[in-house]
Ligand binder design. Structure first.
Ligand code: GAL
Ligand code: CA
Length: 352
């Protein structure tokens, strides 16, 4: 237990030094190439697990921006279908991709993709969905760009604890001192969903606050699914619910839509809701007082780092050459998470 915490603190320190370094060399990738036609540029093959994912649409935009003038980015929508993604990878390799940037549909499919890349001796940068360490260790030219998933849970837990302590006179509706919460989880098996769900609650408890889980279920990162779940939970528990914890902002927005239908956020009927990502729509909710806070998942830097590493690989250079990024012991670039509330909302706005 203690060991785990120590590791986390260590990686947070590493994360903050990356953040610091980031501030110092902002124009590392700024200069535009005038080599003109896409055909002159080395090809990078990329897949996004599904374009229809709120957060990933921002990562995608960042990738396109970073690729401009540097590589011919061949970007595919895998439509949440792992078999389709494997076919796309075959096609990308056949079309001459010099490196791959892969956002897996199913993290368990990483080995299949590595086998294909290895056969052609090309580099694979996995991003956003972390593959098993053994897969990265098994191929010299495989890397990961993402975050430390647990860190987002810890930061969200600190946010929940702080807000609860400041407001419990009003928020502890049944006056038992405990938080009766419902939790909307991301995709089961997704490293971010698993770690956020675990660490948010562990952290709240470590702060000495007792909790009661009324309900927990997956909303698959999706606003509409979250609204359906929240509708059902409100019908069942209504006044008993004291906190809505979600693994991402998309589901937080879905929960808020349900809460609004049930009369919350009007008069003095209020419900604390927290998320992760800091997408612009969630920042808007924080400003309107309908969300307590979120955790910035830095789409811009994750997208840029993915393309910068893939570009270096496509040019037969060391993946880190000329970038501000560092690899940890697990061959991963981990972009730090940041707590976002009304007080530092600008940090979130600047990141998107
Ligand atoms: C997470 C993000 C979610 C969702 C997911 C997709 O990092 O917080 O909103 O986009 O990635 O893999
Ligand atoms: Ca209570």
């Amino acid at each position: 237990m203690f060991k785990k915490k120590k590791g986390l603190i260590l990686s947070l320190t590493v994360a903050s030094s990356i953040l610091f370094a980031a501030g110092c060399s902002d124009d590392a990738s700024g200069t535009k190439s005038d080599s003109g036609k896409k055909g002159d540029l080395p090809a990078v093959g990329a897949t996004i697990y599904k374009f229809d994912d709120n957060f990933m649409s921002y990562v995608r935009r960042a990738m396109e921006t970073a690729a401009e003038g540097k590589v011919n980015l061949m970007l595919n929508d895998s439509q949440n279908d792992q078999a389709k993604q494997i076919e796309q990878v075959d096609t990308l390799i056949a079309k001459g991709a010099k490196s791959l940037a892969i956002n897996l549909v199913d993290p368990k499919a990483a080995q299949t993709i590595v086998d294909k890349a290895k056969a052609k001796d090309i580099t694979v940068i996995f991003f956003n969905k972390e593959p098993d360490q053994s897969v990265l260790d098994g191929y010299e030219k495989a890397y990961y760009v993402g975050t430390n998933s647990a860190e987002s849970g810890v930061i969200q837990g600190e946010l929940v604890a702080k807000a609860w302590e400041a407001n419990k006179a009003k928020w502890d509706k049944n006056g038992d001192g405990k938080i009766q919460y419902v939790l909307l989880k991301g995709e089961p098996g997704h490293p971010d969903a698993e770690a956020r769900t675990k660490w948010v609650i562990e952290t709240v408890k470590e702060k000495g606050i007792e909790v009661d889980e009324l309900a927990m279920d997956t909303g698959m990162w999706d606003a509409m699914k979250a609204t359906e779940k929240m509708d059902a939970w409100l019908a069942k528990y209504n006044e008993e619910i004291e906190f809505v914890i979600t693994n991402n902002d998309g589901m937080a927005l879905g929960a808020i839509a349900s809460l609004e239908k049930a009369g919350y956020f009007a008069g003095d009927k209020f419900m604390p809701v927290v998320g992760v990502d800091a997408i612009p729509e969630a920042l808007d909710m924080i400003e309107k007082g309908k969300m307590v806070g979120t955790v910035l998942n830095d789409a811009k830097n994750q997208g840029a780092a993915t393309i910068e590493l893939a570009t270096n690989a496509a040019n037969n250079m060391d993946v880190l050459e000329g970038t501000k990024w560092k690899l940890d012991d697990n061959k991963a670039v981990r972009v730090p998470y940041v707590e976002i509330t009304k007080e530092n909302i600008q940090v979130g706005k600047d990141a998107y």
